[in-house]
Design a protein around this ligand. Structure first.
Ligand SMILES: [Zn+2]
Ligand SMILES: [Zn+2]
Ligand SMILES: [Zn+2]
Length: 351
């Protein structure tokens, strides 16, 4: 369901255009900064994601795939909520609630590869592009929609929905094996690949979505998966208070990660000044958090959204709608009774 929008951008910016000054929305994705712009961002992506499922062609097979980073050192193993206590490599037995702050935190910060993790966070975007290219060799009709988020240890991982025509389907394990073989390299020749902890779930039958009401039910259930994934991805990256509490294992882990990101050479760092690229304050992550395949004339691919919804088309749509409303207010709809004119007919109450 669409969320209700707050009333307008809370911190608009003014830009010069056509000899005048024009008010422009701030465009923030962070709810705490601007609830209005952040909700537009979320709803636009949801509309795009939704279209790829609701209007998926008959015979589409859908998968939910999670791709994670490799290990950069040993971390505490804390069980999930509701799971039994778990023996950890640190020698203790952790429980879900009491030790939640230790989840994903380095066992031995002095031996953890923080720099490697930041570099991986920086290069995982191209790694995903290469993965998609490799997957399409076996499944030419594959389209995708997904989002990046941070795991507890501060490494990025990707939740992605894959949509493939059933005539293209290969075994689930082949999809993961293909992903495991893919690499990308930086200009120094360092190689980046996915970790071993990859996951795939097929959400439809192998012969794909049937037609009719039965399929609509199924589509609604699949939609839940997708919206959850997008929800995680575009949620606020608010800091957990435990991260900044005095020198515990958790704050050490994240401070070392912060430091590694600050020192990471992004390729555009000025020689003596502080680099303003935001990757240095995001543990190496670049700004793209939602990934989706677009229509391509060259390959005649329809893209994820069958109706061709993009953030640009959504903006255009909103602008047209606003114009229409304004026109209606000015020209077409002239109310006979304004509040002022009505007030004249109301007799004052006697005191
Ligand atoms: Zn705003
Ligand atoms: Zn432990
Ligand atoms: Zn830099």
């Amino acid at each position: 369901m669409a969320e209700t929008l707050p009333r307008g951008c809370g911190r608009p910016v003014f830009v010069s255009r056509d000899g005048g000054r024009v008010k422009v929305n701030c465009g923030s994705r962070v709810n705490a900064l601007c609830p209005y712009c952040a909700s537009i961002f979320r709803n636009d992506w949801k509309a795009i994601g939704r279209d790829g499922i609701i209007n998926a062609p008959e015979g589409s097979v859908l998968y939910f795939v999670t791709l994670t980073a490799p290990a950069f050192g040993r971390v505490h193993k804390v069980p999930d909520k509701g799971a039994p206590p778990r023996r950890c490599p640190c020698g203790l037995t952790h429980t879900a609630i009491a030790d939640v702050h230790l989840r994903g935190v380095a066992l031995n910060p002095s031996r953890y590869d923080y720099t490697g993790q930041v570099a991986w966070n920086y290069h995982c975007g191209p790694l995903w592009s290469n993965t998609m290219r490799a997957l399409r060799r076996g499944m030419p009709t594959a389209e995708y929609f997904g989002g990046w988020e941070f795991q507890e240890r501060g490494a990025r991982h990707l939740h992605v929905m894959l949509r493939v025509h059933h005539s293209d389907v290969i075994p689930d394990s082949d999809i993961l094996d293909t992903a495991r073989r893919v690499t990308t390299r930086d200009k120094h020749g360092n190689i980046y690949r996915w970790g071993h902890d990859l996951d795939i779930k097929r959400l439809t039958r192998r012969d794909g979505l049937p037609s009719g009401a039965f399929a609509d039910n199924r589509r609604a259930r699949i939609l839940d998966y997708l919206l959850k994934a997008v929800g995680y991805t575009v949620k606020d990256s608010g800091h957990d208070p435990t991260w900044t509490s005095p020198a515990n294992d958790v704050s050490i882990h994240f401070r070392l990660l912060d430091a590694a990101a600050e020192d990471f050479p992004c390729g555009a760092c000025p020689p003596s000044k502080k680099c303003r690229n935001l990757i240095h304050s995001r543990w190496g992550a670049r700004s793209r958090i939602v990934v989706t395949s677009r229509a391509s004339a060259a390959t005649s691919r329809p893209g994820w959204s069958p109706r061709g919804i993009t953030r640009t088309s959504q903006t255009e749509h909103r602008r047209n709608y606003r114009r229409l409303q304004e026109m209606r207010n000015i020209n077409l709809y002239k109310p006979h009774f304004t509040l002022e004119s009505q007030r004249r007919h109301i007799r004052p109450l006697r005191s």
